[in-house]
Design a protein around this ligand. Sequence first.
Ligand SMILES: Cc1ncc(COP(=O)(O)O)c(C=O)c1O
Length: 416
Amino acid sequence: MNSAESHTHSGSLQAQRWRGDFPILGTKMHGRPLVYLDNAATTQKPLAVIEAENDYYRHYNANVHRGIHALSQQATDAFEAARGKVQRLINAVSPSEIIFSRCTTEAINLVPQRYGRSRFKVGDEIILSHMEHHSNIVPWQILCQQSGARLRIIPINALGELQMEDYFALMNERTRLVAVTHVSNALGTINPVKNIIDYAHANKVPVLIDGAQAIAHVPVDVQALGCDFYAFSGHKLYGPTGVGVLYGKAALLEAMPPYQGGGDMIRSVSFEGTTYNSLPHKFEAGTPNIGGVIGLGVAVDYVTGIGLEVLSRHEQVLTAYATQLLVDITGLRIIGSAHEKTGILSFVMEGVHPHDIGTVLDNHGVAIRTGHHCTMPLMERFGVPGTARASFALYNTRHDADALAAATYKVKEMFG
Ligand SMILES: Cc1ncc(COP(=O)(O)O)c(C=O)c1O
């Protein structure tokens, strides 16, 4: 066994242990053991997360920040403790910089509407990249319609990497904001976000990073990055659906008006006017997803217990192994071969529609995603209607990669 093989082997042993934490992975699909490779869409949940939500509803369900009774205090403490865990996960300066939202999409939408709308005007420019998820395109297009600003797009090369010289050239005195993804959901490319942020800041331009595909796969330190906003979803981080996070620098959030009005975001209300609550509550109108936030806190404990570096290395090794298996299949083309990648493997097969690939794989118990992955401009850039996408998480093993390759060979047999 060479050192790469021994690393893969020990990584798979670790992953085998982690698998035991995820009840759903014992499921059979079409009579075969489930091979879950749709982690970029949503990750599975460890028992600890499922039990934490269950425990909240069974033992201390109450509204937060409102009651002086003991249950409400217990729920509030658990809710705010989760905020602290998220703060430490991404190394924000203060828990008040952590705004809970429904998901990445809602977190991103807050920024154009509450940072951009009152500031941007006709002729202003917002820089995005060609590999953005629709969630980091459409909210900016809506802002452009409202303000007269326009989008400028950083192109990508054939490997699926940002063309940084073009980014530098796009920056000018009209640029008002840069919004780019940390990791591409369709290609797996890890973008050089630190360089992007440094260059924008040298031009006094703030930066929003879409961290939906990064948060569970690479260590994130918002202070080291220096980003102004960072958005992600709990459900892609082994946490519950219905909870997401917007990190924002306190000074920027302080200067922004509230997003929605209602309970919890106010200090005082009269018919003559309202004064708003302090951060982060100013942006958290109404009853939040309390059980979801508590579950997210436990998911953060889970991944930090393993260590982002450890799970990232495991996924890298596994992706390299799976890539080797797939590239041997004649007529199969990997879309996205950036030098820096997470565990996302997008591919097309000559003469086979991606949905057919997905259907055959599903019949073999292998769950992948097929289609445009909410990145239609990116698909157009590569001249494909969609791809088949396998995406790895900490609990995937070499066995899963072997099952992916074996089922893909079946596709070849059937359609080739
Ligand atoms: C890069 C990226 N951004 C944003 C989103 C949107 O996430 P959500 O649907 O949780 O809001 C996704 C989801 O796949 C994504 O991959």
